[in-house]
Write a protein that binds this ligand. Structure first.
Ligand SMILES: C[S@@+](CC[C@H](N)C(=O)[O-])C[C@H]1O[C@@H](n2cnc3c(N)ncnc32)[C@H](O)[C@@H]1O
Length: 348
C-alpha cells in the first residue's frame, strides 16, 4: 500500500479520496437493493424514467433520480436521454448479481451487510480500542455469546443464513474442487448452516455422503427455507463444542475457525483429531492472509470484521498450520483459489 500511495498521491490524493468515499459507494448499492430498484428494472424489460421508478417504489422523485444517477456513474446502471427524459436500465451485472430472482443473486449478502454489518462497523473505533466485539453497544447483547447476537431473532437468523448461502454461489465450486477429496467417503460439514457448500461437495463427489451438522434451530431453519425435497445432503443437529460430532472421514470447517478465540479452536480441532481414523482429515475454508502482511485487503478487512462482530481472526497459512500441528494433524496443504475463500487440507 505504501508503495502504491507514494509519489502521485503526494501531488493529489486520488486513491485516499476514493477510500474515504467507500462507505457511501457501498450504501448506494445497498439502498438501491433494499428499495427494489434492480428487481423493478429487471422486471420492466424496458428503460424507465426516475419518475416511473419513484412511483413504483414509493420514493421521492428527486431522491430516486440522484440514486439512479449515482448508479450510472458507478457503471451499475445505464442511461439514455430521449426527448429530454433520462431513461434508466440495468446492466447485465446488476441483473445477475443484484436483482433478487437470479440463481447467482447476492441480494441476501447485501441486505446483511447493510442492516447488520454496517451498524456494527459504526463502532470500529471502540472495537479497536477495547479489542472486543461491539455486539453489546450495537445490539444490547453480551459480547461473549456471539451466536446469541447473530441469531437474536428469527429474522436475523434468516438474514445471516442468507448471507452465508450467498458466498458459496460464488466460491462453492472452487472450494469443493480445490483438492481431490474423492477418497473421503463420509464428509461432515461442521457448522454447515444452509448446506450450500455441502451441496457443492455432494456435486463434486457424488459417491461420498455429505452431512451438514449445525445447532438445532439452524438445522430447523435450513430445512424449512433452504432445502429441496430431493436434497443431496443430510442434516444432523448438535453442538460441536459441548457434544459429540458425527463420525466422518473428512470434517469440513468453513468459516468456523475464524469465529473463535484460539483456545476454542484448539479444543474443537483436537476433538476432530480424536474422532478421525488415520488417513481421515479436516478441510478448513477461510480467507487467508498473506504471510508478508501485505494483503489481501479483503482478508484484512474480514479480520477486522471478526473483531467487530465475533471473537476470532483471519490468519495466514502458517497460522492454520500451527494450530493444526498443535493438535496432531500433519501434511497440511494450502490452496489459494484467487477468489474470496481459500482451502487448507490436513490429515491425521
Ligand atoms: C460463520 S458461520 C459459517 C457457516 C458455513 N460453514 C459457511 O461457511 O457458510 C458459522 C456456523 O457455525 C454454526 N455454529 C456456531 N456454533 C456452533 C456449535 N456450537 N455447534 C454447531 N454449529 C455451530 C453456526 O450456526 C453457523 O452456521
Amino acid at each position: 500500500m505504501a508503495e502504491h500511495l507514494s509519489q502521485s498521491e503526494l501531488d493529489y490524493p486520488f486513491k485516499l479520496l476514493e477510500y474515504f468515499n467507500g462507505f457511501r459507494v457501498s450504501k448506494v448499492i445497498f439502498s438501491a437493493c433494499e428499495l427494489g430498484v434492480f428487481d423493478l428494472l429487471l422486471k420492466a424489460q424496458e428503460p424507465l424514467s426516475a419518475q416511473h421508478v419513484a412511483l413504483e417504489l414509493s420514493t421521492s422523485e428527486d431522491g430516486m433520480e440522484r440514486l439512479l444517477d449515482a448508479l450510472v456513474g458507478m457503471e451499475i446502471l445505464e442511461v439514455e436521454t430521449t426527448d429530454g427524459t433520462a431513461l434508466y436500465s440495468s446492466s447485465d451485472v446488476a441483473n445477475l448479481y443484484l436483482a433478487k430472482g437470479s440463481g447467482k443473486s447476492l441480494h441476501d449478502m447485501i441486505i446483511y451487510q447493510s442492516q447488520t454489518i454496517y451498524p456494527l462497523w459504526n463502532n470500529l473505533v471502540d472495537a479497536v480500542r477495547e479489542g472486543k466485539n461491539q455486539n453489546e453497544k450495537t445490539f444490547g447483547l453480551p459480547p461473549e455469546d456471539i451466536f446469541q447476537a447473530v441469531y437474536r431473532s428469527e429474522e436475523e437468523m434468516l438474514k445471516f443464513m442468507g448471507l452465508m448461502n450467498s458466498s458459496w454461489i460464488l466460491d462453492g465450486h472452487d472450494i469443493a474442487t480445490a483438492f481431490n477429496l474423492s477418497c473421503f467417503q463420509k464428509i461432515v460439514d461442521l457448522g454447515g448452516c444452509t448446506g450450500a457448500l455441502a451441496r457443492e461437495m455432494a456435486k463434486a463427489y457424488p459417491s461420498s455422503s455429505v452431512t451438514v451438522f449445525d445447532l438445532p434451530p439452524v438445522v430447523e431453519t435450513a430445512q424449512k427455507h433452504f432445502c429441496q425435497e430431493d436434497d443431496a445432503v443430510l442434516f444432523q443437529s448438535g453442538d460441536f463444542f459441548s457434544g459429540d460430532v458425527p463420525p466422518a472421514d473428512l470434517y469440513v470447517l468453513a468459516r468456523i475457525i475464524h469465529d473463535w478465540p484460539e483456545e476454542k479452536c484448539l479444543m474443537l480441532l483436537k476433538k476432530l483429531y480424536d474422532a478421525c481414523k488415520p488417513g481421515g482429515g479436516v478441510l478448513l475454508v477461510e480467507a487467508m492472509l498473506f504471510e508478508n502482511r501485505r494483503g489481501p485487503v479483503t482478508a484484512q478487512i474480514f479480520s477486522l470484521n471478526m473483531l467487530v462482530q465475533m471473537e476470532g481472526r483471519e490468519r495466514p497459512p502458517s497460522g492454520y498450520t500451527s494450530i493444526l500441528n498443535k493438535v496432531g494433524f500433519h501434511n497440511v496443504q494450502v490452496c489459494r483459489t484467487g477468489k474470496s475463500y481459500d482451502a487448507i487440507l490436513a490429515v491425521r
